[in-house]
Design a protein around this ligand. Structure first.
Ligand code: MG
Length: 387
């Protein structure tokens, strides 16, 4: 005698899911939902055979889902789930298994451990179902208003597979044919059978809506190549000299001094440029714009950052974000921060949210504390698409 047969109920129309094909035949992770469900039971060592109850119109979809699997021939279901289960059970009369597990086709993530818990419970009771304790507070509603709070202690959410001693559940289904109940356990209860509750599994979800299918598909589909994340650091210092303004991130900021340098001495832009060059493994600013070359004298530092941007693009590196800290006692950076951010974002064609500009003092310590110059440090993160 076969010990246990799994009866997979796949005759539903899946109307809540949208789309023409019933949900149990739609693909998730490149395979029909039903195929995954069938495989879960076929691979369980304690299950002797698997039979599916299908809608007569779904024969072609079923053949595709069951292709190559070692299954009992499918049987046609009825108008309702309950009728389909009864017809499935009746088809097993001759085989007369000791126990039967009745399972929703739309629960493809059923785990071996849940199946085992149900089977073990059937050794001590004629029925057993996996269930999860209700943890949300349950409200009764009426006309869009709360009409009471339901005591949740002792409430469980029923899952499948629901397991039964075969003769007992066949008898219950025959006796209550035509009296619709929401699950097989309800018939067993009505028949006075003792039904055990065993621990279910949150992963054993029933795919009900189109969103459920999309979410399941997303989980099963290997992540698309998201590219490799790389970072680079930049640091620069320029000393003060006589003048009346400094240039930071391309913004002219009035000050008692200017910054000394070969170019426009935009220490902030230099740090950002080096960070970006570092992230893409392209050396440093001095390599691309040698200080010995007179053509960069007084040059706007924007050309350095533009060069780094173009090198990054050439390497297939997308800039994820840049973050800058300007270190000085004065001038105050705060009033110019958003202009600096906007300028960098504009040069690099980024959203301002991808650019951070911050400032700090060194509490009057060190060369920045003595107001001898300005230091800047930056970090750049890029994403390099893998080829
Ligand atoms: Mg510099």
């Amino acid at each position: 005698m076969t010990q246990c047969i799994a009866l997979i109920v796949a005759a539903g129309r899946g109307r809540r899911c949208g789309g023409g094909t019933p949900k149990q035949y739609r693909d998730i992770g490149g395979e029909p939902v039903l195929r995954r469900t069938l495989q879960a039971f076929l691979s369980h060592p304690r299950i002797g055979a698997v039979r599916t109850v299908i809608h007569p119109d779904d024969r072609e979809d079923y053949e595709r889902a069951a292709d190559g699997l070692d299954l009992l021939p499918p049987v046609p279901g009825g108008e309702t789930r309950q009728e389909s289960v009864r017809l499935g059970l009746e088809s097993l009369k001759d085989t007369a298994p000791k126990t039967v597990l009745i399972h929703d086709a739309a629960r493809p993530f059923v785990g071996q451990d849940v199946v085992l818990r149900v089977l073990e419970a059937l050794e001590g009771a004629p029925g057993a179902i996996p269930a999860l304790a209700v943890t949300d507070t349950i409200k009764r509603g009426k006309d869009g208003r709360i009409d009471g709070t339901v005591e949740r202690d002792g409430l469980w959410r029923a899952q499948t597979p629901q397991g039964f001693h075969f003769p007992a559940i066949l008898e219950a289904h025959t006796r209550f044919a035509g009296q619709e109940m929401t699950d097989d356990a309800a018939l067993a209860e009505r028949a006075g059978l003792d039904v055990a509750l065993v621990e279910g599994d949150e992963k054993n979800v029933k795919l009900t809506t189109g969103d459920d299918l999309l979410e399941a598909d997303r989980k099963l589909t290997p992540k698309k190549n998201v590219g490799e994340v790389r970072t680079g650091l930049g640091f620069d210092v320029h000393r003060f000299c006589s003048g009346d303004a400094v240039i930071l991130c391309g913004i002219k900021i009035p000050h008692d001094f200017a910054l000394e340098g070969h170019s426009d001495a935009d220490v902030a832009m230099h740090a950002l440029t080096d960070a970006l060059l570092g992230a893409i493994g392209c050396g440093d600013i001095g390599e691309h714009f040698p200080p010995s070359d007179p053509q960069w004298r007084g040059a706007p530092s924007e050309i350095f950052l533009t060069k780094a941007r173009d090198l990054a693009a050439g390497k297939g590196a997308r800039i994820s974000n840049l973050d800058l800290t300007v270190i000085c006692e004065a001038p105050k950076i705060g009033p110019h921060r958003s202009a600096m951010v906007e300028k960098i974002a504009e040069i690099l064609d980024l959203d301002p949210s991808q650019v951070g500009v911050k400032a700090t003092t060194t509490e009057k310590l060190g060369f920045t504390g003595r107001r001898e110059g300005i230091a800047a440090q930056a970090i750049a993160t890029v994403i390099v698409d893998k080829t």
